[in-house]
Design a protein around this ligand. Structure first.
Ligand code: PAF
Length: 298
């Protein structure tokens, strides 16, 4: 595996690969690899000849009071695991390489990006869209792989590809979970042992709402209430949002229609750590028996 730090070098490499018809898969990351990242690399290797993993902690997607400085970094370990999981080139640029001095261009996607994550992290998606677009431009991959855990980010990337006419296949890989259902995330390292035990409640809340949908619940507020109720049973959890929406548009109708795919979305704080997770579920064509229990406050 080669480490490439300069944009001009990755451009040379990828254009010579394209000239001999090699297919390229890009795995964009911010490093501190866990099994979720490694799954993306292995899936990329199944798809193509050449896997390029980018490792860049992108300052533009962090807000002023967020964890850019503390974001976990471990280059040595990342190098070893990228190499042993099929990466051919590790693109590891500096901030100056990705944001040349005097740069003035930003990509902004409007609409659904202003909801959910976009409320709490207003600059986040502009930063993601801009860096991913830069990576697409200098690598011109045939495939780019993203984890389902960042669900709204996946929708944003798909929108970016459509709107900017990129000829790139976006592959979404299911979330990798711990035994108690906690979604793997580089930020899980911030959790204290006690918080780590409590964090499983997020998956439990998603499962509870999924169960309710399977049994026939299609009223958005009620579906949300199932999640809120479970999350509230853990006093250390502070809910940012626990919501359901159309899985493609993130629209929030009063009731979802039979056959509609919906996404259950949670963002919650445990101490100072903000965790996100999601689950996709279809509204059944023939609703079953509804569960009845007391729903508080919604
Ligand atoms: O999901 C991430 O790790 C980041 O948002 C991404 C896509 C690498 C852009 O910096």
């Amino acid at each position: 595996m080669e480490i490439i730090t300069k944009v001009t070098d990755i451009q040379k490499i990828t254009s010579s690969l394209h000239s001999v018809n090699k297919k390229i898969a890009l795995v964009p990351t911010m490093g501190f690899f866990h099994e979720g990242h490694l799954c993306l690399m292995r899936r990329a290797k199944e798809l193509t000849d050449i896997v390029i993993t980018s490792l860049f902690v992108n300052p533009a997607q962090f807000g002023p009071n967020e964890d850019f400085e503390q974001y976990p970094r471990d280059f040595e370990n990342d190098y070893k695991s990228a190499e042993s999981n099929g990466t051919n080139y590790l693109f590891f640029p500096s901030t100056e390489q990705m944001y040349p001095k005097g740069d003035l261009t930003k990509i902004q996607i409007v609409g659904f990006t202003k909801k959910f994550e976009g409320v709490t992290r207003p600059q986040h998606f502009d930063g993601v869209a801009t860096i991913v677009s830069k990576l697409f431009n200098c690598i011109i991959p045939d495939y780019a792989l993203f984890g389902q855990k960042d669900y709204q980010q996946v929708l944003l990337i798909k929108q970016l590809v459509r709107d900017m006419l990129y000829n790139i296949n976006i592959i979404v890989v299911p979330t990798v979970r711990e035994d108690d259902g906690l979604a793997l995330s580089s930020r899980n390292v911030y959790l204290s042992p006690e918080e780590r035990l409590q964090a499983g409640i997020i998956f439990k809340a998603l499962e509870e709402a999924r169960g309710a949908v399977f049994e026939g619940e299609n009223r958005r507020k009620m579906i949300n209430a199932y999640m809120h109720n479970i999350l509230r049973s853990e006093p250390n959890i502070r809910i940012d949002y626990a919501s359901s929406a159309d899985a493609d548009t993130l629209d929030e109708p009063e009731t979802f229609l039979p056959g509609e795919h919906i996404v259950l979305l949670i963002a919650a704080y445990l101490g100072k750590t903000r965790l996100i997770d999601n689950s996709i579920v279809s509204i059944p064509m023939e609703p079953g028996v509804k569960k009845h229990y007391f729903v508080e406050g919604i």
